[in-house]
Design a protein around this ligand. Structure first.
Ligand code: NCD
Length: 356
């Protein structure tokens, strides 16, 4: 599962339903992955995502192998992501990967011999966090449509917001309020994605102005590790004073880790759902593991690349996994073409065609 874009609404709803059922009756699922092994390849730091995946697999009676720091693996000897994924997938039934390169999970899935789950690929996407967010909203708010959803903070590099907006815009009548510094707005390709649905968005640089209208407030931290030299976004801080302007039914989410964008004084407000949200993440990952291990028995895998290679066209995003600097030789270039715009199928970055 590389991107929720490949999932139909029915498939998403089924994954969420299963997650909530596991949460309700965990004993029914004990033994569900007996004899199976999940490998976690984490090239970037993680607490929640890695541990919730590990805990999910252990609770299903499966085994876990992997690294949480590539410095202890053959990556330090210069092994490419493709080769590592190929080899580790021959030891395991499921591969969970987090890496700083945009499109890394897709690149790994091209060579892996088992299903691959994207646990975050640079500043691009984080689909299992999105399923976690959806499970939280579905269980705590009761619906995923006709919502006014504020996303606040570093929307440029925050991969959780990218996946969340792409996925929530599959549901009818959602309205996004994008609250950020003007230099840290959601990338254009995501805004274009909203525009192609029946959902809408507005942009704001004031959390106070936006808050009263919101059903959901999704706070995020500044992704310091992804900032270019000289970039220095404002931190928006959610305080009890601001919360007093929110609806009684407001749901406050945050993928965590929190730095200083939510005052700890907000934590005891019943509308603050972020710690509950982290717990839903484990059940969502149990649901995903069980589903993927069963699906592959009967269904052929969905094709990963649907675009084409064009002579002389390579991705211009320096953080793309196809950048030759990352030692991923022989990754097939693949672009989806619309007119003279070519969108990289790994990292979603658009570029103009030759001669521009
Ligand atoms: C997020 C991530 O890694 O993108 N964390 C998480 O997985 N829960 C958010 C973040 O690091 O800010």
């Amino acid at each position: 599962m590389i991107d929720t874009a490949s999932l139909s609404l029915t498939e998403i709803d089924e994954l969420l339903r299963l997650a909530l059922d596991i949460k309700k009756s965990p004993q029914t699922y004990v033994g569900a992955c007996n004899g199976k092994i999940m490998a976690t390849l984490f090239y970037e730091p993680s607490t929640r995502t890695m541990m919730s995946f590990q805990s999910a697999m252990l609770r299903l009676d499966g085994g876990v192998i992997g690294f949480d720091n590539p410095s202890g693996s053959s990556v330090t000897k210069g092994e490419s992501l493709k080769d590592t994924a190929k080899v580790v997938s021959s030891y395991s039934d499921l591969l969970v990967i987090r890496a700083p390169w945009e499109g890394a999970a897709k690149a790994a899935a091209l060579t892996a011999d088992c299903p691959v789950i994207n646990a975050g690929d640079g500043g691009h996407l984080h689909p299992t966090q999105t399923l976690t967010d959806l499970a939280t909203l579905s269980a705590e708010l009761g619906r995923l449509n006709n919502l006014t959803i504020g996303l606040c903070g570093d929307l440029k590099y925050g991969r959780t917001t990218h996946s969340l907006v792409k996925t929530l815009s599959k549901y009818k009548g959602n309205r996004f309020v994008l609250i950020s510094d003007k230099n840290f707005t959601l990338p254009d390709y995501i805004k274009n994605h909203i525009a192609a649905t029946d959902c809408t968005f507005t942009e704001s640089d004031s959390l106070g102005d936006a808050l009263p209208q919101l059903d959901v407030l999704y706070m995020t931290r500044t992704q310091r590790e992804r900032l270019a030299v000289g970039e220095n976004p404002t931190t928006f801080v959610l305080t009890p004073q601001l919360m007093s302007q929110g609806k009684k039914t407001l749901a406050v989410l945050h993928p965590l880790p929190r730095v200083d964008e939510i005052s700890p004084l907000v934590d005891d407000d019943p509308r603050a759902l972020y710690f509950k949200q982290a717990n839903y993440g484990m059940y969502v990952r149990m649901s995903l593991i069980v589903t993927l291990l069963n699906i592959t028995k009967s269904h052929p895998p969905v094709p990963l690349l649907n675009g084409k290679t064009y002579d002389g066209i390579s991705c211009l995003n320096p953080k793309c996994v196809t950048n030759p600097a990352y030692n991923n030789v022989n990754l097939p270039r693949s672009f989806l073409r619309t007119g003279n715009t070519y969108e990289c199928e790994y990292c979603s970055h658009p570029r103009a065609g030759r001669g521009d």
